[in-house]
Write a protein that binds this ligand. Structure first.
Ligand code: SF4
Length: 111
């Protein structure tokens, strides 16, 4: 999936108000409200195939409806140094890399 840079810039700008939220608060919010968490507990989620593309397609609707997807992306940018984790999240690897560069630039420039 290709994302335009304008779309990615909007996604990254939407994280600005989380810039000073402690990582522990983000972790707690994701743990309590992340859709993937309750699906694992309820065991009624999709059966993952092990194929990254197929699994990302199944994960995308979960993430798109998740109430803490901004917190999740902020957490990922802070903790993985731009390395995309597995299939979760709405961004594919290329989109994630571009978004992470934009995020670093915004945080560094104080936007
Ligand atoms: S955005 Fe996706 S990966 Fe992140 S907490 Fe929500 S469901 Fe899980």
């Amino acid at each position: 999936m290709n994302y335009g840079e304008e779309f990615l810039a909007e996604v990254v700008a939407s994280l600005d108000d989380l810039a000073h939220v402690p990582i522990e608060t983000l972790t707690r919010a994701i743990g309590r409200h992340g859709v993937c968490g309750w699906i694992d507990v309820a065991a009624d989620g999709p059966v993952w195939t092990g194929d990254v593309h197929a699994d990302r397609l199944m994960a995308a609707p979960l993430c798109s409806g998740c109430p803490v997807r901004r917190e999740c992306l902020e957490w990922e940018f802070r903790t993985t140094e731009g390395v995309k984790l597995d299939v979760w999240g709405l961004l594919d690897r290329d989109g994630h890399e571009v978004a992470h560069q934009l995020w670093l630039w915004r945080r560094g420039s104080g936007v």
